[in-house]
Design a protein around this ligand. Structure first.
Ligand code: OAD
Length: 248
């Protein structure tokens, strides 16, 4: 059985990570234009870094839930599986999914990359939050006012995520294209996303276009619902283990 799984913030909600557009979602209280665009970073990199550090800390304190674990189990049993997640957290990986079986299409919050050259590094989730650093250690760490600088070209470093108005990472989209072009999928699961971005619906429909099951797991209706062959209006950590166990 060939499987495609597409996930969004709803899958990490039960691990204590806020969604974006849900009741206590980030975008309900914060303005994405002030935090998740290249212009916002140019205007106030300190504010942007403070927000991403707060999110990193929340993710460090979180644990994968039964939804992440069920998907990792399915990956071990399916003939072929690709997980495409919009989530920048590392909960799918911590649940045991191999990097080769997943695509983080909106980037990885624990990656820090130069805003000018190609330098980037992975800040392990164990690395201590800079709030505890004094001015001196900031100096040592090439930080200024909480904003890290590139050790290669001294430009500002930014979180390794995709911001509004930015293209998706080419290497990652190519991996999805390769997977979709190789063959269709018997099962497509779309969980915890408002499917706001057209490419999520496009990938789901293309993967299931030869009669595969298209299962939406979401307590609420989304633009994808009308295409689904099965709707599961329940939280992912409840629905996915029950949905996946019979497939194992
Ligand atoms: P959203 O916040 O837009 O949507 C979360 C979805 O999850 C909603 O449809 C909820 O109904 C559903 N949901 C909430 N709790 C759930 C649960 N326990 N189980 C299952 N579903 C649940 O988040 P995304 O669709 O992931 O992008 O947002 C997509 C992108 O928009 C994000 O990656 C981010 C955001 O702006 C960028 O920043 C580029």
């Amino acid at each position: 059985m060939r499987v495609l799984v597409l996930t969004g913030a709803g899958v990490s909600a039960e691990s204590g990570i806020p969604t974006f557009r849900g009741r206590d979602g980030y975008w309900r209280n914060l303005d994405p234009a002030k935090l998740a665009t290249p212009e916002a970073f140019a205007r106030d990199p300190k504010l942007v870094w403070e927000w991403y550090r707060e999110r990193r800390q929340r993710i460090r304190n979180a644990q994968p839930n039964a939804a992440h674990e069920a998907i990792a189990k399915l990956a071990q049993c399916a003939d072929e599986l690709l997980l495409v997640t919009q989530n920048v957290d590392d909960l799918h990986e911590r649940a045991g999914l191999a990097k080769g079986e997943m695509v983080q299409i909106h980037g990885d919050i624990f990656v820090t990359k130069c805003s000018r050259c190609d330098f980037k590094q992975h800040d392990s989730r164990f690395s201590v939050a800079p709030a505890t650093y004094g001015a001196a250690s900031e100096q040592q760490e090439g930080r200024e006012n909480g904003v890290p600088r590139c050790t290669k070209c001294n430009a500002l470093m930014r979180p390794g995520v995709v911001w509004f108005g930015e293209p998706l990472p080419a290497r990652e989209t190519q991996r999805i294209e390769n997977y979709l072009q190789r063959d269709s999928c018997g099962v497509v699961i779309v969980a915890g996303t408002t499917a706001t971005f057209g490419y999520i619906i496009d990938w789901a429909l293309r993967a299931s276009h030869r009669g595969g099951e298209l299962i939406e797991v979401n307590p609420e209706e989304t633009p994808l619902s009308r295409f689904a062959t099965r709707l599961v209006r329940e939280p992912a950590a409840v629905a996915l283990p029950r949905l996946i166990d019979p497939l194992l």
